[in-house]
Design a binder for this molecule. Structure first.
Ligand code: HAM
Length: 422
């Protein structure tokens, strides 16, 4: 017996029903916000992922050489591939370009619940605008998608990497020390940040102030702290506009400003955000995104870019944990011919129903009535029709409503007419 590779999953018909349902819902929301769907390959040249992050990323991804000796990688995410696609073929398109995608990603992660080596993302990239309203609309879309698929408890956190960088500069922290602090800040290990800051020679009072600003949600306080820094003031003023649009125009009120958001990927620059489902515990991050810079690195003409990706699998787990009632897979009609002589009539009826786009199945195992009824229940059939010689003498069939248990004799033509879909 062969085993499934570590960190990958098979999906049963029931699971696929849930996944397709959620995907359909997400896709329709992307479209209502004016986004258009694209697709890129599962594997890319390795370079598009190492260009920004360096070779260190190779340890975290699936990379290989093909038979022609090309260095390739299974995509760990889709932002770099979409930028590659944009620079290659879409630079001339009118702006802003609103693109969305669904795609499987591959990371050489340590697998656990909610963390896989193959997982699916639903994401988008917005190219050509960086106004506060554009950013607010994008963040609101991420929030709306997760809310509309049915999640009850999600939390949005918004930060800004340029502001964080100015905060580091205020403490005169060189890049290597910042690099040491970033993972601690990412994991909210603030006690350890304090110890490290003092080790780096930062005065206790300054370190306390820094930590307070990292943890406050009060924009005015952050602004006062960075009052002398011009870049930060511009970013903070934009942030104020964004949250005003979020609250008052997009009706997203459940958010926090959090300068401790650092994001794992190397291409982010200004505004960054994350949405989490606290119910998930360790792997609670459902969505991550922000502004980033890749176009010039990929040889294109500079244009502002922002985007996000939602972890599709984690969204499903969060819905399940919140006991969301997914619609069950069902079949509208299940047909039982009582003997072989009834088969051609049964197939004729099946064919007519399917032509009317009614999902229809029939007994392919020549089972007895009891077993057939059990099977019909197991596939969640709404109606069962029984085709027997007596019924056929009157051009009729027996129709059983599986929910109520009611059973009646119905003329075949009447049944086909009643079930006609418009
Ligand atoms: P990311 O934060 O690396 O961002 O991934 C986005 C989401 O994918 C995460 O919030 C998480 O829900 C899900 N995810 C990540 N790794 C795994 C895993 N091993 N198993 C299951 N789910 C996972 C990006 O990928 C950026 N490209 C997002 C973006 C788009 N930024 C700008 N545009």
């Amino acid at each position: 017996m062969y085993k499934i590779p570590r960190g990958t999953r098979d999906f049963s018909p029931e699971e696929m029903e849930k996944r397709r349902y959620v995907e359909k819902c997400m896709r329709s929301i992307f479209k209502t916000f004016g986004y258009r769907e694209i697709q890129t390959p599962m594997f890319e040249t390795l370079e598009i992922f190492t260009a920004k992050s360096g070779d260190a990323i190779i340890d975290e991804i699936y990379s290989f050489s093909d038979k022609g000796g090309r260095n390739l990688a299974l995509r760990p995410e889709l932002t770099a591939p979409v930028m590659r696609f944009y620079v290659d073929k879409m630079q001339m398109e009118s702006k802003p370009l609103k693109l969305f995608y669904f795609g499987n990603c591959f990371r050489y992660d340590r697998p656990q619940k909610g963390r896989y080596r193959e997982f699916k993302q639903a994401g988008c990239e917005l190219i050509g605008t960086d106004t506060p309203e554009a950013h607010a609309e994008l963040i609101a879309m991420a929030y709306t998608i997760l809310e509309k698929v049915g999640l009850k408890n999600i939390k949005l956190n918004i930060g800004n990497l340029k502001v964080l960088s100015s905060m580091f500069d205020m403490l005169n922290l060189p890049k290597d020390k910042q690099k040491y602090l970033v993972p601690l800040i990412d994991k909210s290990k603030f006690a350890e940040v304090l110890i490290a800051l003092q080790d780096f020679g930062v005065k206790k009072g300054d370190a306390d102030d820094f930590l307070e600003i990292l943890q406050t949600s009060d924009i005015k306080k952050i602004s006062r702290y960075l009052k002398l820094d011009e870049t930060s003031q511009k970013e903070i003023s934009n942030l104020e506009k964004i949250v005003d649009f979020l609250e008052n125009s997009f009706n997203v009120k459940n958010y926090k400003i959090k300068m401790s958001i650092v994001r794992g990927l190397d291409y982010y620059k200004g505004i960054v955000f994350e949405i989490e489902a606290p119910i998930l515990g360790a792997e609670k991050q459902l969505c991550g995104g922000g502004t980033y810079e890749l176009i010039q690195l990929f040889g294109g003409r500079e244009s502002p870019t922002v985007g996000f990706a939602i972890g599709f699998d984690r969204t499903i787990i969060a819905l399940e944990t919140e006991e969301y009632q997914f619609p069950l897979p069902k079949i509208e009609v299940y047909v039982i011919p009582v003997n072989d002589d009834m088969m051609s009539k049964a197939l004729e009826i099946v064919q007519k129903l399917r032509e009317q786009k009614i999902s229809t199945d029939l007994d392919l195992l020549k089972r007895g009535m009891g077993k057939n009824m059990k099977y019909a229940s197991s596939i969640n059939a709404e109606k069962v029709i029984i085709i027997g010689p007596k019924e056929l003498e009157h051009d009729s069939i027996t129709v059983r409503d599986m929910k109520s248990g009611d059973q009646k004799l119905v003329k075949i033509n009447d049944f086909l007419l009643i079930n006609q879909k418009v």
